[in-house]
Design a protein. Structure first.
Length: 168
């Protein structure tokens, strides 16, 4: 099962996070080049009420999405993310470059977007570099399906309910 490079799915539930945001769902942007990993994350994250998952398959598509460039210009269909789930090892533009670009933007609603690295690399060098570039959290993809599923569930619970200062 593959994952399309341009995909946003609404959760089936319309649970408001607070009165102010009753009309708006949280948007998670997943930047993942491995279709199997993207599919597994999609399976778990789409179960979280009150959010939308948008998926792109490489770093360049992530920049295009965030900047609202074609084919992501329609902000109703492709809204700015409240959270970015970012793989590191990708073709075209890797996750480190995306993170570096993101943290140097002048617009606060883009530069301050929380970023969670989700990578198969457990190298201390990669972890330190990601945090130095401004990652908020680093998760190593486990090979164990149950552990992966639990991490994705907890991730959605924590970040799906987190207060953000943007896009409101």
């Amino acid at each position: 099962m593959g994952v399309q490079s341009r995909f946003c799915s609404n959760s089936m539930n319309d649970w408001p996070l607070n009165a102010e945001e009753a009309h708006r769902e949280r948007v998670f942007l997943l930047v993942e080049d491995n279709p199997d990993d993207a599919f597994l994350m999609e399976m778990e994250l789409t179960r979280i009420p009150g959010h939308r998952l948008c998926i792109v398959k490489d770093g360049q598509q992530a920049l295009d999405y965030i900047e609202g460039k074609f084919p992501y210009a329609d902000r109703q269909e492709f809204p700015l993310p409240d959270l970015i789930l970012l793989d590191l090892k990708m073709p075209c533009l890797d996750g480190f470059e995306v993170l570096k670009w993101l943290r140097t933007q002048n617009q606060d609603d883009i530069a301050a977007t929380p970023v969670i690295i989700i990578s198969s690399s457990d190298s201390q060098e990669d972890v330190k570099k990601a945090y130095k570039l401004g990652a908020n959290f680093y998760l190593t993809k486990p090979l164990n399906w149950a552990a992966f599923k639990e991490r994705m569930r907890l991730l959605g619970m924590i970040w799906g309910k987190a207060e953000t200062l943007k896009h409101g």
